[in-house]
Design a protein around this ligand. Sequence first.
Ligand SMILES: [Zn+2]
Length: 120
Amino acid sequence: MDERITVLCGWPWRSLGTLVIEEPGVAEEDSLRFGILWLSDDRENMILFLPLRPLWPGFLFNTLVFGLMLWLLWSTPFSIRGWLRTRRGVCKHCAYPIGVSNMCTECGRAVRKRSSAVRR
Ligand SMILES: [Zn+2]
């Protein structure tokens, strides 16, 4: 009698899955469906594998969540740097001092002047 084990992985949503079918006389690497055998240790009665079957709603949500987290980690330091440069009254892209023009005279990008600098 074979034993079927469905394994679902992923955080925060279940996003990948695999199916293990344990049959007598069948090698462990042949018992995996939608997965790759990573490590098998009979002494510890342990098997490690990489699940490869995407579970679509969870896979999509996890991709969006981790993509957003990476984007925030990447963009936040640049946003803070630009905010600090604007606060100091210099171009947020190249840190060149802002003159009277709406364009940076160093890099040519549009600049936004501090509200206190505009009132003068
Ligand atoms: Zn500039």
